[in-house]
Design a protein around this ligand. Structure first.
Ligand code: DON
Length: 581
């Protein structure tokens, strides 16, 4: 009896020890597995902290901030500054963006709008020539193309209000990379080659991005950016004032004065980051929190989900013709509304409530014919869609407590206006192109936009950037976002639907083939992987399908399942990275 008793005690003690070591977590019968290895695409798993982004060095820097005791905002800010060094096509100081934060202990979401603003002197017709035609070179590749940059103000606002580390701490790794140099990766070499011609036309960009003899840096060579290191150090020492009032501001204005640009010292001094109420919607047991105007992203994601939520999507089958038809028709209705109703809410009334109202979605859903595509012309006019420019970038951050950051920022086109500010190592954005140069005329993404998005001094151009966080039964679950111009909205939407309605893991949800329809032009883009049979069925319903030869977006996502962080970088573009520990 005594021996039995002591055996029982030993077993009991072993069980307790095992539980303390986490063995019990793995052994418990009612715990679902972290990942189902039978799925084709698998995420990367970490326990404590994770950054998923478009480039390795910056993602690792973000993750290391958390390892050193920083929070998700410290990680996001450090990643944002580091990407300005390592990923110059879209990582930036001279651009703008949106950051969505979930603060787990307060159960609160914060949306930071650090979008560029039009200089005060900007006018409605500034990009039209004397014949009323759009002057594309001025609109996209000149000092006039730039809005007042918001990135430095936005990242520092996030850090000061929601971070825990000092400016010096979060900027130090970016300064070191700029100073000591980075090895040129395959992706960087490729991106610089792709935009080389344009960059070489600007003397400062030629000096910054190429060797003294004008040739390109080869893969593996070290690329140093001492001017950018100076700029970052100014910011570390003096904060946003260095950028918006100090020496950096002087250098930006010197470029503007020399190149007929419009940004003045007053425009820079007047720049403000704005915290806004995010857009919210529901889809079964999920709550979607996303970008409000001046982004169109959140509104249209919620609007489309509202139109889809009473259909049994799983029964239709993922990427079946019936599902894709429904999706495309809902996209068309939403993008038609975008052209009419969306703009900077500080300048125009945007009916966010009406557009995201479920009753409106129910009415709109009835307009969708289950068997036939409605021609976009029966909704309104447009022009050809240009190929997707591969810029803008998104990264997601999460920690074990359920804090999350979803950040999308951009220079607009790849390497922005391709114009660099002498002595700063910094490219400027060409975000002015996101306004309607002439309302009713499509922009570089083929998007037709209305009066609400006309150019006005101090206004923010309408965006599609959609950093999003999804909650499942009230718990933080998925952070995601994407580049892709007009395709950002449909990319994020499909990633969400794949995870929420088709029960895909975060990696599969991101890599699965996507479609895109933006109402005008009346074309349904279908990535490789949508079967020819499906395309034939869609064509029979009346869709004009453009299949293959393109990719749609590039997500960087983190899902929290069962206390584990599951990360996935979309393989549509090279060398994205999941950094976690
Ligand atoms: O704010 C917007 O919607 C655009 N400026 C985003 C540009 C973009 O995504 C380019 N890239 N792929």
């Amino acid at each position: 009896m005594n021996r039995l008793h002591s055996l029982f005690l030993t077993l009991f003690t072993l069980c307790l020890l095992a539980a303390g070591n986490g063995w019990a977590t793995q052994a418990a019968v009612d715990d679902p597995p972290i990942i189902d290895f039978s799925e084709r695409f698998l995420p990367t798993v970490a326990r404590h902290g994770m950054v998923v982004g478009p480039e390795q060095l910056a993602a690792e820097i973000g993750s290391s901030m958390m390892k050193q005791g920083g929070n998700v905002v410290d990680a996001a800010v450090a990643t944002g500054f580091a990407l300005a060094v390592t990923y110059p096509r879209a990582g930036n100081l001279g651009g703008g963006g949106f950051m969505l934060i979930h603060l787990a202990d307060k159960n609160q979401q914060v949306f930071i709008d650090y979008r560029e603003t039009a200089p005060a002197a900007a006018t409605r017709d500034m990009f039209l020539d004397k014949d009323g035609e759009e002057d594309l070179m001025r609109e996209y590749f000149s000092p006039q193309a730039s809005g007042v940059p918001g990135t430095v103000a936005g990242l520092l606002h996030a850090l000061e209000k929601y971070g825990s580390m000092s400016r010096q701490q979060v900027l130090a790794p970016a300064i070191a990379l700029a100073e000591q140099g980075i090895p040129v990766s395959f992706a960087l070499n490729y991106e610089l080659a792709e935009r080389g011609e344009r960059l070489r036309q600007d003397p400062e960009s030629l000096r910054l991005f190429f060797k003294p003899d004008g040739s390109a840096y080869e893969v593996g060579e070290t690329w140093r950016q001492p001017d950018l290191a100076w700029t970052l150090r100014q910011i570390a020492e003096h904060g946003a004032a260095a950028f918006y009032q100090g020496e950096i501001a002087q250098r930006i204005v010197a470029l503007m004065t020399a190149g007929n640009g419009l940004i003045t010292l007053k425009d820079l001094a007047d720049y403000r980051t704005i915290e806004r109420e995010p857009v919210r919607g529901t889809f079964h047991e999920f709550e979607i929190v996303s970008a409000p105007p001046p982004s169109s992203g959140g509104v249209h994601i919620v609007q489309i989900l509202n139109m889809l939520k009473n259909d049994d999507l799983a029964a239709l089958g993922h990427n079946s013709a019936a599902y894709l038809h429904l999706l495309a028709e809902a996209m068309k209705l939403a993008y038609a509304d975008r052209s009419e109703y969306l703009g900077d809410p500080d300048f125009t009334d945007v009916p966010v409530g009406a557009l995201t109202d479920e009753r409106y979605a129910t009415r709109q859903r009835k307009r969708i014919d289950p068997d036939h595509a409605t021609p976009s012309a029966d909704i309104a006019p447009g022009r050809a869609m240009l190929p997707e420019s591969k810029d803008t970038t998104h990264y997601s951050v999460a920690d074990e407590k359920g804090n999350m950051v979803s950040n999308t920022y951009t220079l607009n086109a790849s390497f922005g206006s391709a114009v660099s500010v002498p002595g700063t190592g910094m490219l400027l954005n060409n975000e002015m192109g996101d306004f309607a140069a002439r309302p009713g005329l499509p922009n570089m993404f083929g998007l037709v936009q209305g009066e609400r998005n006309k150019i006005e001094g101090g206004k923010r151009p309408l965006s599609s950037m959609s950093p999003t966080i999804v909650f499942r039964n009230g718990q933080p679950w998925l952070a995601t976002g994407s580049p892709g111009g007009s395709r950002i909205i449909t990319t994020v939407l499909q990633t969400l639907v794949n995870a929420m309605a088709f029960d895909m893991n975060v990696a599969t949800a991101g890599v699965s083939s996507r479609i895109h329809h933006q109402w005008m032009p009346d074309e349904l883009l279908a990535e490789e992987g949508i079967s020819p049979d499906t395309i034939k069925l869609l064509e029979q319903m009346g869709h004009k399908v453009v299949a293959g030869g393109m990719t749609i977006g590039r997500t960087q996502s983190i899902m929290i399942e069962n206390g584990w962080l599951l990360g996935a970088t979309d393989t549509r573009r090279p060398q994205g990275w999941v950094a976690g520990y």
